[in-house]
Design a protein around this ligand. Structure first.
Ligand code: HEC
Ligand code: HEC
Length: 345
């Protein structure tokens, strides 16, 4: 028996050795590119540090965790999400609950029901409100902030604090902030702050980009496309009577530019943006030059020194014109504001 296995195992040993050598060689070949600095591999591509603004961004809690909520709370969170995603079905001009808004959905601007990184999400709301806001000159709670968007972005009316709809929206916002520590704005929350251009932003250039990259959905007249049910938009309006009013957050150029850069045209996101910074800014200039509903803003900015650099309505504490505040260049304004900033918060 023994003399039979002997030659066999010798051959086996030889084959095993060969196999191991082969594996080692393959392993070396497949990892050798990593040691590209030793000069053995000519690597023409320099390693580029990923932009930390776009890595490890915060995400919403997983849905399965909803099962840990009490059943009424869970139902409220789910109704809140539904209201954010399909606002007009409930609260639009033909809404089933109450007609108090313009037909847009919160989700049109707060993408994926307010969960999209750099898509104007709600990740920092539960953790940072109530907070002082210079626009109202007061400490604002979440009810006030949500109603700001109803009255401005949805050019509508406020929702009563005790209504089921408001309670549901707040329950949903609270849910999204479940794991966010008090005072913290997680990475990727809200809207990205784009670097300003050196020149004034240009509505004429913006019109060209609009025709090429936006018009197919939002239409030449900016009015968007209504869905067949006549209740909500397939493509929401960007200007005209059914759009946000001039007191809305998107009417600020920096918000508009930052929003579209990482979210439009539809399908773009922070991982695959489709617009250059210049295009995004010029689009803001174009869209926010077109007609839209007005709002009485006389109560806003009780302290005019709190107006942001791109607030387009005077009077201002600084010497710059309304035109420059609206279209830039913004750098001199920002510098002036930084220089004159007193210790106010
Ligand atoms: C036309 C676009 C638009 C629509 C529609 C809209 N919002 Fe907003 N919303 C904004 C913008 C822009 C901001 C940020 C404004 C700023 O920071 O100046 C914002 C901010 C908020 C914030 C505060 C976020 C934070 O981190 O401080 C809340 C809460 C909010 N919106 C709720 C809602 C709700 C609820 C609805 C639907 C009833 C809604 N929004 C609809 C554009 C919109
Ligand atoms: C393929 C269709 C499509 C294209 C092209 C497109 N959008 Fe949109 N846009 C949408 C849809 C759909 C929404 C709403 C998203 C949602 O509700 O999830 C939206 C939302 C918006 C909003 C926020 C809601 C509003 O109506 O104010 C802005 C601003 C916007 N788009 C700007 C642009 C700009 C600027 C371009 C061109 C660079 C563009 N979009 C190209 C489909 C499109």
């Amino acid at each position: 028996m023994n003399h039979q296995t002997q030659p066999h195992s010798l051959l086996q040993m030889f084959l095993y050795t060969l196999l191991i050598a082969l594996i080692a060689l393959l392993g070396y070949l497949s990892f050798s590119h990593i040691r590209s600095t030793d000069g053995m591999v000519d690597s023409t591509q320099a390693y580029v540090e990923p932009d930390s603004n776009f890595t490890h961004l915060w995400t919403a809690p997983s849905d399965w965790r909803l099962m840990y909520l009490k059943s009424e709370e869970k139902a409220l969170v789910e109704y809140g999400r539904e209201l954010i995603a399909h606002t007009s079905e409930y609260l639009g001009p033909k809404g089933s609950v109450k007609a108090i808004s313009n037909g847009m959905n919160c989700q049109n601007c707060h993408l994926n029901a307010g969960t999209q990184p750099w898509g104007n999400n709600y990740f920092a709301v539960q953790s940072t409100y109530p907070k002082f806001r210079a626009r109202s000159g007061a400490i604002e709670d979440q009810v006030k902030r949500v109603n700001d968007c109803f009255e401005r972005s949805l050019n509508g009316q406020a929702l009563a604090a005790e209504s089921k709809e408001m309670r549901a929206i707040l329950a949903y916002i609270k849910w999204l902030g479940s794991d966010v520590a008090k005072g913290v704005a997680p990475k990727g929350s809200g809207i990205f702050k784009l670097k300003g251009l050196k020149r004034a932003i240009d509505p004429i250039k913006g019109a060209e980009v609009y025709a090429a990259k936006c018009q197919s959905c939002h239409q030449a007249d900016g009015g968007g496309v209504m869905a067949d049910n006549g209740k909500s938009y397939t493509y929401p309006p960007l200007w005209g009577p059914h759009s946000y009013n001039h007191g809305a957050g998107l009417y600020r150029m920096s918000n508009f530019a930052g929003y579209v850069k990482y979210n439009m045209p539809l399908g773009a996101n922070y991982e695959k943006p489709q617009l250059t910074d210049e295009e995004a800014w010029d689009l803001a200039a174009y869209v926010n030059t077109m007609p839209r509903p007005a709002k009485d803003l006389s109560q806003d900015w009780p302290d005019i020194a709190g107006k942001p650099f791109d607030h387009p309505f005077g009077p201002y504490a600084d010497p710059f014109t309304e035109d420059q505040h609206k279209y830039g260049p913004y750098k001199p304004i920002k510098e002036w504001i930084a220089k004159h900033k007193k210790s106010k918060k």
